[in-house]
Structures are given as C-alpha cells and as structure tokens.
Design a binder for this molecule. Structure first.
Ligand code: MGD
Ligand code: MGD
Ligand code: MO
Length: 826
C-alpha cells in the first residue's frame, strides 16, 4: 500500500465535535493515489468514556448503504454507544451522524415486545402461539382454496442476508408464489436493472477505493453528502488534498455536492435521459470514445451513436432547463477524465425513465473504457444497508443467486438445491413487482400480504390508496416490525421483531463488501429475530422438500449462511470463500470471494469480461422504452459472446407535467438527520431535534412571486392530496419544490393526513425497473399564513436557507462525539 500523503490533518487528534452542526467532522486530506487516513469516531451516552464499556461487539451501519464498520459498546447488557472500526476497508473508522446517535432507538420504551392480534377491530396483545396459529390457519385455508398466488411477501432492504434467503426459499420454494418483492423496488430496483441491461447481471463494478484514484467524480441524482456521509468524507478529504478530483453534480438542488462541484447541472426533474444523451452526444462528437475497447468488449454502439446524435447541447438545454455551455463543460470533464468514477442514485432511479437514464451512465464508462481499473468505478448505488442481499437472495423480484427466471437450467439448479420439483418454483412470468402486488391486493386476488421491515403506509406513493388497500377486510395483513408503525396499525397480526444488535447475521453494502453483525444485547420482551419468525412459520406450516425433510432445513443464522454459500457457488455473488469466522475481526470482504479469490474481489470486469453470456447471465434485458422483456433467442442474437451492451433510448416527457393549475414540479427525498419514516431516528433525541418537522423547499424567485416568506405556512397540493409545511427558501432551482418524505403520522398530533410527502406522489413507475416515480409530480403552492419563525429545517446541508438570519442547526452538549486521528496506521 502507498504511504499516507497530503498535508497534515486540519485539526489535532482526540477532538470532540458537535456532529449535528458539523456532520462530516474533521478533514484528513490525502492526495491522488494516496492512503485515506484513519479517523476513529465514537459516541458514548451520558459522557461515558471507553473505560466504562464492558464489551465491544462487531457490526456495521444500518441507516444507509455505505456499510461502515462499527463496534457496539455494551455495558450491563445494554447498548451505550458506537465506535468506528479503524481497520474497516469502507470507513477507516468514521461513523455517520445517524449511526452515532440512532442506536438509542433500540431501547425505546415503545418497542413492540409482544405479538398483537386484531379483535373486534382493535389490536390487542397476545402470545406467539395465538399469533402464529392465526397466520398459519389463514395460510392453510388460502393454500387449499386459492393456491400459492393468493400469497404476497413484501420485505425490506433492512433485514440480514440469512433472513432474506430463508424468506425467499419459503416464498418461492415452499409456497411457490411469484409475488415476492422488497421495498428495494422503491430503492435499488433501477440499480439492479441498469446493471443487468448493460452487463447482463447485477453486481457493482466499482469500489469505494476508486475515490482515492479518480480525477473526475460524477454524481448523478445522488446527494452523497447527506445519504452516505462517510463516502462524502472520503471525497471531501480528496478535495482537501493534493491533486483533487473535479466534481460533476447533476441535481436540481444546491446540495453540499453541488456546492463543491466543478460543474453543477440542475436539470428540471424528469429530464435526466435527455441530459445524458446530450453528454454522450458531446463525448461521441469530440472523439472521446475508446474505439478499441468498444470494438472488443461491447455491442450496440451504432444504435447509441445514432440516438445521441439527435441530442445536441442546444436541444438538451431547452428540455432540461440548463445552459448548453454547462453541458459542454460537463461533457469535457467526463470525456477527458483519465480515471472517471460515477455514482447514481434516486434523482435518477425514482423517475419515469429511470433505467434508460441510469444505463447511459454505464454507457459513458463503456465507451470510454473506464471499467475495472482503480479510479474507474461505476456505483449504481444502493440505499438501504442490506438491499444488496435482498437482490442476491431472491427476496425481491429476482431468483436466488442472480439466477435468470427465464432460463430453465437456472430453475433446475434451484430445484436441485432446495430438493423440489422445478414446477414448484414459479417461473412462468417475470416476478411480480411490489406495485403490482398492491394492485392484486386491491383487486382481491392477493389475499395474504406479509410485510416485513418496511412501512408502506408512509413510503409508497399515493398513500390514500395504500391505506384503503391495507384496510380491506378480505386482505389478511401480517406486519413484522420493531415498532407500532402506521402500517402496523392497519394489520391483522403484528409480529414483534428483534432489531439490529439484537441478532446475528451478515449483510453486504453497495460496493459488495460483506460484514458480520453480531448480537450484542437481548431483544426486548418477547421479540424474536426475523429469522426465527420465518423458520417458526415454516415449521408450523410443515413445509417439506421432495424427501419429506423440513424446508428450509437450517435452524439458525450460521447454518442459513452456509446454505446460502452453496446457493451462491459459481454465481457472480459467490460467497463460498467466506465464513462467519473469516468475517469475525475482518475489515469487510468484497464478493465474489471463492477459492479463486480468497480475499475477495475489489473490482469487477477488470479483464473486459462480463457475466453476460446467454447461458450465464441473470437477465436477457428489456426494451428501455416499453419494458418488454427480450426473448432468449433475441438476446442470443444480439449478444452471442456475452459482451457489455450499449443501449440507447429516446427522451419521453414526464407523464404529469406542470400545468396552469399545478405549475410546479414536486420532488421528494431525504435529509441527513433522518432515516426514512423515522422509526429509529425520531427516537434519537439529537437527530429528532436537528429536523423536528416537515418543511418545503422553494427558490427565492418563486417565493418572491408568490409572496411567501421564510417560515410561512404553505399548502402543497397535487391531484392526489395536500400537505401543509413551513416554507424554507433555499437553493433549489426555480419551478421546483422539494419535500422530505420522512414525516408520517405515528408521532403527529391529530389524524388528518396532511404531513407525508407520499400523500402527493403518483401511482406510476419506470416501465423497465418498475421503480415508482417519487421525483416528479405536478403541484401547486398556496400560502396559508405567516409562520412567525423560520422553518425548522436543517441549515447544514441541501435545505440550507438563502437568508443568513436563520439560526444554524446545532446539537448541544449531548451531540458531541470524539474524533481520534491515530498517528500510526493500525
Ligand atoms: N440521511 C439519510 N441517508 C440515507 C437515507 C435516509 O433516509 N436518510 N436513506 C438511504 C436510502 S434507502 C437511499 S435509497 C439513499 C438515497 O440517497 P439519495 O438518492 O442521495 O437521496 P434523495 O434525497 O432521495 O435524492 C437525491 C437527490 O436527487 C435529487 N433529484 C430530485 N429530482 C431529480 C431529478 O429529476 N434529476 C436529478 N438528477 N436529481 C434529482 C434531489 O434534489 C436529491 O438531492 O439514501 C440512503 N441514506
Ligand atoms: N416520496 C418518497 N417516498 C419514498 C422515497 C423517496 O425518495 N421519496 N424513497 C423510497 C426508498 S429509496 C425507500 S428505501 C423506502 C423506505 O421506506 P420504508 O422501508 O417504508 O421505510 P423505513 O422507515 O426504513 O421502514 C423500515 C421499517 O422496518 C422496521 N425495522 C427496522 N429494523 C427491523 C428489523 O430488524 N426487523 C423488522 N422486522 N423490522 C425492522 C422499522 O421500524 C420500519 O418500520 O421509501 C421509499 N419512499
Ligand atoms: Mo432506498
């Protein structure tokens, strides 16, 4: 490894810092190709010091997808804090603000501690036998009368690998339903799909270490500063060191990334594909294509060249509302970079042409031959901590081990592994996506919906509709959660789960790094791990394989992991070289990890070879406009030798454009301090205080036109509902308003539904990935009254006000965490 480089740290070691006011902490600059210095972040409750810790228990972060290694501090059987793992390849000791404080939610007095069952319209506490027998009785009846297709399983990106694999085997194998998906559909379905379209298979080509080597880093619809804040610390440290990278940011808001960007493109939401076509137009026109690489390793270049020729910068500028010269400037950076790293996330994924736009990022890397070398990574990012595992294990709309549902040989492999007949495993049609499952429930063909570790009554689009679906008498709803959420309130049976730190398992981050997370403390009351709950269900249902053995046959987390290893053998996500023992004490290991790569694999596709061979690939791809799947024969004809695939697409305007009645584009997303529906972060006092209530962001120009002042109470309306929020006048582009989607109703006064952003969003999805459209809707704004004080929105990040007389976000004494910069490399 290279020695540390760059100037000395900007701050002495062993500092304490208010990590609410300064979320990214001290800079530890380093130069290109250098070693990212270590910095160990720690927060212990009540001013305790490390000497009061009984045990440190190995784990990793679960409030985003970055996979930061951390240790859980335990004292007297309770969690008292966390500390970054200095030897972890991902974070080198750093901890994100949410993770520093979020663990406090585990010990909340209002955790679910016993099962609940609906009696006479109300949820009442019960015991496990009563709750599980009710679920089993219902399941048996449905299996007998309606068959497997009456079952739907809607899971998460927040369980552990072992839990997903177990659920996948139960749902796809034992029951045989095709209706299995995760909230990953709302999250990383497009990441997976874009990788399948371009490389024939899911699997992140890049590595976080690409940040150390890149000379250009491009972020497409990704506010990494707030959503993977430790990855941003790495980028900030490069920016502070010698030979810093140029940053290209594509985001309609003035995010911290935009503020540090060399070129910031702020397109109108919903126009990403046109913008990408414009960038590729310039790359092709200027001859920045690596012809040799394309010739040898890709198919489809002619079609791409023809398509992007229709998108000169002037046309694109018109569509996107950006300047043509900025498009040229961005294209020059992308086109002339020696080592280009790209990341893509929800600003691209939650759109009506999500896959088509995300694929163009892959196209830039393919045409420039920027794959598999240090600094040349693509990160089609994940969002949730374990979303990668939902995909690998087949608990989303895919089959275990990235197997291809339309390849009979792959189904036969699964049947062999699970000792079932091939006909038992559904593969007659593409797996049902979450939005379609809710449609089937609405129509009455899906009769049992088992929801684990997700809160659709706040996170799905068009909530009035979702509530009415979940409320139906004919639908039996099982909710498995750690809190009594808005969704739990609509359930027939609620199962109390053990949370992170209360169970053991593994999970994999966005750059394929696998971590082990060990049980640190007992779950509260009668709560059980999700794995125990799924296995208990299987036993009570008496699920069996062909020979009458219990299915699934495993009994605990480690035996589930061993079974998963066999399922992953020979597939891209090969875990056969891993074990709990090997992960214990390690700093994270990237798959594939097998006999050939015993230490894991830093980058994929280094040799210009892909997992796209027709017999091996995960998917044959889809039409980027209609989403129609390609026939196996069509794929074979297009890509007989399994090369990378360049796919082009035409720009299509958003389905609900602004109109005289609804003149704004509404977009939604996140703040640094909260995680999703805030079941954890609102129960951590420091985080809740940093962003206590919903706000709406609008531009200075729009505010002036509508006579709206900072802090005024505003109503935001779309054809589906309305939300009331205080106005934050900030750095968003004109014509666009932004709402955070974190605020539901479990801690709201009153019962009116005017707080959640998803009251406003539209039931619509990308035809290719089926990911819902959360980033565009036509909206109107009405000033309701003066608010008398500024909005209580964070001032540290994208929601910062333009006015400078708004109080800065601070944490207070309880938000101070230590940062220790070791003088020697561990
Ligand atoms: N603090 C925090 N961190 C998180 C999470 C969290 O809830 N809170 N959740 C985790 C999860 S599950 C996820 S999926 C990730 C999401 O991480 P991100 O994708 O970074 O987060 P978002 O805020 O949803 O959207 C990113 C940006 O897209 C921009 N955007 C909106 N519309 C458009 C558009 O049409 N085009 C472009 N180019 N940009 C647009 C928004 O302005 C926003 O800044 O974060 C993960 N990390
Ligand atoms: N408008 C709008 N809507 C969005 C988005 C957006 O950008 N805009 N983003 C979308 C995205 S990317 C995502 S990922 C989704 C997230 O949406 P959700 O998945 O609905 O959000 P969470 O609050 O993370 O819900 C996770 C639930 O799991 C519970 N939980 C936590 N740990 C465990 C556990 O170990 N076991 C069990 N059984 N339960 C557990 C938590 O208490 C919580 O209720 O929202 C989507 N919705
Ligand atoms: Mo997500």
């Amino acid at each position: 490894m290279n020695p540390p480089t760059g100037p000395a740290p900007s701050r002495s070691s062993n500092g304490k810092r208010d990590r609410i006011a300064e979320p990214w902490g001290a800079r530890t600059p380093y130069g290109k190709g250098g070693h990212w210095p270590h910095r160990v972040d720690m927060y212990l409750a009540d001013g305790l010091g490390p000497e009061s810790v009984d045990r440190w228990v190995q784990s990793a972060s679960v409030l985003h997808s970055n996979g930061d290694g951390l240790d859980i501090a335990v004292k007297d059987g309770r969690i008292i804090g966390v500390r970054g793992r200095v030897n972890d390849r991902v974070n080198h000791g750093r901890v994100d603000t949410k993770d520093l404080f979020g663990w406090q939610a585990n010990a909340s007095a209002d955790r679910l501690t016993a099962p609940l069952i609906r009696r006479n319209g109300r949820l009442v506490e019960t015991d496990w036998d009563t709750a599980m027998n009710a679920v089993v009785r219902h399941s048996r009846e449905l299996l007998d009368t309606s068959g497997p297709s009456a079952f739907g399983f809607y899971t998460s990106g927040q369980l552990f690998l072992e839990e997903y694999y177990t659920l996948g085997v139960i749902a796809h194998g034992a029951i045989g339903t095709n209706h299995v998906d995760g909230n990953t559909r709302l999250c990383t379905a497009t990441a997976a799909e874009a990788l399948k379209e371009s490389f024939g298979c899911d699997g992140q080509p890049g590595s976080y270490t690409d940040v150390d080597h890149a000379d250009v880093i491009a972020l497409f619809g990704h506010n990494v500063a707030e959503t993977q804040s430790v990855l941003w610390m790495r980028m900030l440290d490069r920016l502070a060191g010698d030979d810093p990278p140029a940053i290209v940011c594509v985001d309609p808001r003035s995010t911290p990334v935009a503020q540090r960007a060399t070129v910031h493109l702020a397109p109108l939401p919903g126009t990403n594909l046109a913008l990408m076509n414009g960038l590729l137009h310039e790359i092709v026109r200027n001859g920045w294509v690596d012809d040799g690489y394309v010739e040898q390793h890709a198919v489809g270049f002619d079609e791409l060249r023809k398509r992007v020729a229709e998108f000169p910068p002037e046309r694109v500028a018109d569509i996107c509302g950006v300047r043509a010269e900025d498009i040229r400037a961005a294209a020059r950076l992308l086109g002339t970079a020696q080592r280009l790293m790209s990341t893509v996330l929800q600003g691209f994924y939650q759109a009506h042409q999500a896959t088509a736009a995300a694929v163009q990022v892959n196209n830039i890397h393919i045409v420039r031959g920027m794959l598999g070398r240090p600094g040349c990574g693509i990160l089609q990012m994940n969002g949730q901590p374990t979303a990668e595992n939902t995909r690998e294990c087949g608990a989303d709309g895919d089959l275990a081990g990235f197997r291809n549902w339309s390849n009979d040989a792959h189904i036969a492999e699964l049947a062999e592994l699970w000792n079932l007949d091939t006909t038992q495993i559904p593969h007659y049609a593409p797996p049902t996506h979450a939005m379609q499952m809710f449609r089937y429930a609405e129509q009455g063909t899906l009769r049992l919906l088992w929801i684990s570790a997700t809160n659709p009554a706040v996170s799905l689009p068009e909530l009035r509709r979702i509530r009415s679906i979940l409320r139906q008498d004919r639908l039996f709803v099982v909710v498995q959660d750690i809190f009594r959420t808005e969704t739990a309130e609509l359930a027939d049976v609620v199962l109390p789960a053990a949370a992170w730190a209360e169970k053991t398992g593994t999970f994999t981050n966005a750059d394929r790094t696998v971590h082990l997370s060990e049980k640190a403390v007992d779950p509260p009351g009668h709560a059980r791990s999700d794995l125990e709950i799924f296995l208990d269900y299987a036993r009570r249902m008496k699920f069996e394989d062909r020979d009458g053995n219990p299915l699934p046959p495993w009994t605990d987390a480690e035996s589930a992991f061993e079974a998963w290893k066999r399922c992953s053998a020979g597939r891209p996500c090969d875990y056969t070289g891993l074990s709990y023992d090997k992960l214990r004490g390690s700093g994270g290991i990237q798959w594939p990890c097998n006999a050939e790569n015993p230490d894991g694999t830093e980058r994929l596709y280094a040799d210009g070879r892909f997992w796209a061979d027709p017999d091996y690939c995960e998917a044959y791809g889809k039409d980027l406009i209609t989403g129609a799947p390609l026939e196996p024969t069509e794929y074979r004809a297009m890509n007989p030798f399994g090369k990378a695939i360049l796919k082009a697409a035409e720009h299509i305007p958003v389905h609900e454009p602004p109109s005289p009645e609804y003149p704004f584009v509404l977009t939604t997303g996140r703040t640094l301090y909260h995680f999703h529906t805030r079941t954890k972060t609102a129960r951590a006092p420091q985080l809740q205080a940093a962003a206590p209530e919903v706000w709406v962001e609008l531009s200075e120009g729009d505010a002036a036109r509508l006579l709206i002042a900072e802090g005024d109470v505003v109503e935001i309306g779309t054809p589906r509902g309305s939300v009331t929020a205080k106005a934050r006048i900030g750095g968003i582009r004109d014509g666009v308003v932004f709402l955070p989607f974190h605020y539901g109703y479990w801690d709201a006064d009153g019962t009116d539904h005017t707080r959640a952003a998803n009251e406003l969003t539209i039931t619509d999805w990308d035809p290719v990935s089926k990911q819902p459209v959360y980033k565009t809707a036509a909206a109107k704004l009405t000033r309701v009254r003066s608010g008398n004080a500024p909005a209580a929105a964070p001032t540290t990040a994208a929601s910062a006000p333009v006015a400078d007389d708004v109080d800065a976000t601070t944490g207070g004494p309880a938000a101070r965490a230590t940062e220790q910069i070791p003088t020697e490399r561990p």
